[in-house]
Design a protein around this ligand. Sequence first.
Ligand code: FAD
Length: 384
Amino acid sequence: MSIPNTAEIVIIGGGVMGASTSYHLAKRGFKNIVLLEKEEYFGTGATGRCAGGVRYQFSTEINIKLSLQSLPMIEQFKEELNQDVNYKQYGYLLVATNQNEVNKFKHNVELQNKLGVPTEFLTGDKVRKRLPLMKFDDALAGTFNQKDGTVDPNSVVMGYINAAQKLGVQTISNVEVIGINVSGGEIESVQTNLGEIKTRTILNVAGPWSSQIGKMAGVEIPVTPLRRQMFTTNPLKEIPEDFPFVIDFSKSLYFHREGDGLLIGMSNQNEKPGYDQNVDENFELANLEAAIERMPLVEKASRASHWAGLYEVTPDAHPIYGATDVKGFFLCTGFSGHGFMHGPISGKLMSEFILDGKFSSVDVSTLDLKRFKEGRLIQEYNVV
Ligand SMILES: Cc1cc2nc3c(=O)[nH]c(=O)nc-3n(C[C@H](O)[C@H](O)[C@H](O)COP(=O)(O)OP(=O)(O)OC[C@H]3O[C@@H](n4cnc5c(N)ncnc54)[C@H](O)[C@@H]3O)c2cc1C
C-alpha cells in the first residue's frame, strides 16, 4: 500500500464523519482528497460499534435542528447514494420515572413541537399500554416520536465511502497518522507510518481519538474517550415487529429490536475515561439484571453477541465544529454518544465550512472549540 505525496486535504478517520465529509467535499467538486483510516476497514471505530439509533428527541434547539437536517438525509440515502441503510421508523419511547425527568420531558416536547417535531407526551398509563412486555409500574410519563428509529451504521459509512471513491477520493485504510507538522502556525504535512503527505488542510474526524490527533498539531481538544457496551439476544418471538427504541431514562438502560431479538445496553455511570474497548463482564451482569427487571422475558433469552466501544465526550455533550488556532486544522468531533445520526449533516456542514468559510445548512458556529475557554457551554440533557 502506498500513500500520495501531496493532498489538498487529509481527512483523519474513516468513521461516519470522515466518510460523510469526504463525500460531501467531493460532491462539491473539491479535488485531491485523501481519507486515512488506521484500521483495516472503514467504520470500525465508534461508528461500527454504535447502537444505530437515530432520533429527533433532544433537549437543545441545536441538536434538534441537526436531526431535522440529518434524518431526512438518511431517508433519502438510497435515492442519493444507491445504498439501502435499513431505516426502521419504530420510534423512540423515553420513559420518566421521577418528577424531575417528567418536568424535563415536558420542556423537551414543547421545544421539539415548536421546531416541528411531532413528539407526543405520554402518561404513565399510556407508557404501560404501549409496552405490555415491560414492567414499568413506576413510569410517570414518556415521550414518543414515530420517526425516530434505527439505521445500519455500516451501510451509511460504506455508502459514503463507495460514492466518495467514485468521485475520486483516495480512501486508504491500514495507515496510521503518527504526527502533524505545523510551521508558523499553519499545517504543513501529515506523518503516517507509511510516510509523509504534504498538505495545507487537515480535518480531524478521529472520534474518540481526536484529542490525540489534536496533540500532534499542538491543539488541545476536550474530547474524552468513554467506554460504553451492549449485548444482543437470540430471536425472541414475543417482540413485536414495531417494538420501539425504549429508554429507561434514569438508568440509561435501553432496548431496541435487533434482527428477531433485542439489543440491550446501559451506560456505566462509574466508567473511567480511557481507550479500553473490552467488554466489562461485571457491568454486563448488572445490565442484564436491570434489563430482566424491566423485561422479565429477557431471562429466557440467550446472548447472541456483545461488544464495547468509545463515546467521544465533550464537557457539554455537544460536538465541536470548525477551525482551530492552527491555520488549516479543522475539527468535527465530540458527539458524545449521538454522532452517528448527525454524521450525514455534519459531513455536509464541514464541506460548507472548508469550502465557503461558513456553515449554511445549520448555524453551528456556536459549537466552536473556543466555547470551552470562553465558557459558552450548552448542556444537552438527552444523553444516554
Ligand atoms: C456503544 C456506543 C453506542 C452508540 N450509540 C449511538 C446511537 O445509537 N446513535 C448515535 O447517533 N450515536 C451513537 N453512538 C455515538 C457514535 O457512534 C459516534 O458519535 C460516531 O460514530 C462518531 O463518528 P466518528 O466518525 O467521529 O468516529 P469513529 O467512528 O470512531 O471514527 C474515527 C476513526 O478514526 C480512526 N483513527 C483514530 N486515530 C487514527 C489515526 N491516528 N490514524 C488514522 N485513523 C485514526 C479510528 O480508527 C476510527 O475509525 C454510540 C457510540 C458507542 C461507542
